[in-house]
Design a protein. Structure first.
Length: 297
């Protein structure tokens, strides 16, 4: 359920009044960046890390967010608070701004557009997929090469992710697995990918993939738990011969992939490593130690 209150360029407005110009370059070109944050028990999980990535993404695009990180943090927390978001999702978006048509006219744009939206999401609505696992398809749509665009930036241009998802849907799968330009495993359409083989956890290295916050958190949990974990190149061979495969993301958390390209992975059920890491992640989230409280003292 979408939250009733939206932050838009310095004001909190009702969702029906949250309107952005059709001349906004985010609408015209996908020229902007965004983040997705999970609220757990009234706290924004890993807000500092998400804000850093948002500021880095916008800086990579060549403009600046018109407020300091501490002020943006307060806006995100206040948006969640005004929506009564004990558990759910918050999306801050920043675009280059509004002005004349044409890339050649970017110098004439107004101030960047800043939006923060909220959505109520219960853990129960996601638990079923965690417990049964989901199906995946390796699709023909490739992740953009870093020579063209650095995938570490989380931008509003999601066309290749959308096309990947549609191809997976057409194949009857629930998620899409994308390869990079050289044919190595990159990531899912909206999450990072891990494989487990002989007790070792492996994930594609940075370069052709988004630097996922949950991905980094899971690698840290592996270190803390004494689980061998490596970053490197993976192929479809590694996916199809793995003991386990799982994806991870802000709201997905840890989702086992039990079938890929119609072929069963491991025993065809969520494996012990995915369950263990998800349990550790949930404990970290629910502890509150890594979350920014949305309520004022």
């Amino acid at each position: 359920m979408i939250g009733d209150i939206v932050y838009l360029n310095g004001r909190f407005v009702e969702k029906d009044d949250a309107k952005v110009s059709v001349f906004d370059h985010g609408f015209i070109y996908g020229d902007g960046a965004f983040e997705g944050l999970q609220i757990v028990n009234g706290r924004v999980f890993l807000l500092k890390e998400h804000l850093k990535r948002l500021y880095d993404s916008v800086r990579y695009l060549g403009f600046e967010i018109p407020m300091a990180p501490d002020a943006f943090r307060d806006v995100i927390c206040e948006t969640a608070r005004r929506n009564g978001l004990e558990n759910g999702y918050v999306r801050p978006i920043v675009t280059r701004g509004t002005g004349p048509l044409g890339i050649r006219n970017m110098a004439q744009l107004g101030a960047p557009t800043v939006v923060v939206m909220a959505q109520h999401e219960s853990i129960e609505s996601r638990r079923e997929k965690w417990n049964r696992g989901i199906t995946a398809q390796v699709v023909s749509v490739r992740r953009m090469a870093p020579a063209a665009f650095d995938s570490r930036a989380k931008t509003c241009n999601y066309i290749n992710n959308i096309l990947a998802y549609l191809e997976a849907q057409a194949a009857g799968a629930e998620t899409a697995l994308m390869l990079d330009a050289e044919g190595y495993v990159a990531e899912a359409y909206s999450s990072n990918v891990f494989v487990v083989k002989d007790g070792t956890v492996a994930t594609p290295a940075l370069g052709h993939i988004l630097g996922g916050i949950t991905r980094a958190t899971l690698l840290g949990l592996c270190r803390a738990e004494g689980i061998p974990a490596v970053e490197g190149r993976l192929t479809t061979y590694d996916l199809l011969t793995a003991d386990e495969v799982f994806e991870c993301g802000t709201m997905a958390e840890v989702r086992p992939l039990v079938r890929i390209n119609g072929r069963t992975i491991g025993p065809g059920t969520p494996g012990p490593m995915a369950r263990r890491l998800h349990r550790c992640l949930r404990e970290m989230m629910e502890s509150g130690q890594h979350g920014e409280p949305i309520a004022t003292a």
